[in-house]
Write a protein that binds this ligand. Sequence first.
Ligand SMILES: Nc1ncnc2c1ncn2[C@@H]1O[C@H](COP(=O)(O)OP(=O)(O)OP(=O)(O)O)[C@@H](O)[C@H]1O
Ligand SMILES: O=c1ccn([C@@H]2O[C@H](COP(=O)(O)O)[C@@H](O)[C@H]2O)c(=O)[nH]1
Length: 234
Amino acid sequence: MKYKSILLKLSGESLAGANKAGIDPEQLASYAKQIKKISEKGVEIAIVIGGGNIFRGLKASAAGFDRVSGDSMGMLATVINSIALCARLEEEGCSSKLLTATKMAPIGELYRAKKAKKFMSKGKVVIIAGGTGNPFFTTDTASALRACELQVDVMLKGTRVDGIYDSDPEKNPDAKKFENISYDEIYKRGLKVMDMTATTMCKENDVKIAVFDMDTEGNLGKVVAGEAIGTVVS
Ligand SMILES: Nc1ncnc2c1ncn2[C@@H]1O[C@H](COP(=O)(O)OP(=O)(O)OP(=O)(O)O)[C@@H](O)[C@H]1O
Ligand SMILES: O=c1ccn([C@@H]2O[C@H](COP(=O)(O)O)[C@@H](O)[C@H]2O)c(=O)[nH]1
């Protein structure tokens, strides 16, 4: 395996599968199987999941809430997805541990980097729920933060597109894919695959990012093995 330790960011929206909302049991099972496979190969794994399939804070004002309340609801949405993944991994026979950014016992223990690293070194898949624990952020930024804290080899953004394009491929069918790209090129072109706070955090702390299509079974194993199936940012 090319990468011995990873921070995997999973898209909440992708977890919804074809239904576009909620959690699709087949999608969840596919993610769990892929994660179990690389865990069995000795890869240390931490996971952050988004909450876009349930709630996003940015939509709060339209729904009649203030932004901070909306973001709190968004962070709780990530906890729901994290509980689901943790339960599914256990079902698959893959030992996992749910840690939370804010106090939430008995749902999960409070996150601390040292604690997370200890579990990871013992072969447990660590799921870090609740984003950063602060409003006005996203789970992309939470992923970048945890990747820095845990000093993993790479931050993997597993999503429903197969890499970074020169424009949003879900809107422009003629968009061209990059195999490699620099952080600065992402700023210069204003590419929106990840938010700028997350990109900056990775740039400043020298965290490599790989963006790939997690919805095709087997892709996680390929990316961790170093196959060039997505886009690498460095
Ligand atoms: N230049 C680009 N290259 C690739 N994808 C892009 C680009 N610009 C925008 N995107 C969009 O970014 C999305 C990937 O982001 P992400 O995985 O964070 O999805 P999300 O719906 O925001 O997930 P979450 O629920 O975790 O917030 C893709 O679905 C794609 O449409
Ligand atoms: O650190 C964080 C992370 C997330 N939020 C809120 O949660 C939702 C869902 O996260 P996504 O990354 O969009 O999937 C997000 O829209 C924020 O409202 C947060 O406040 N702080």
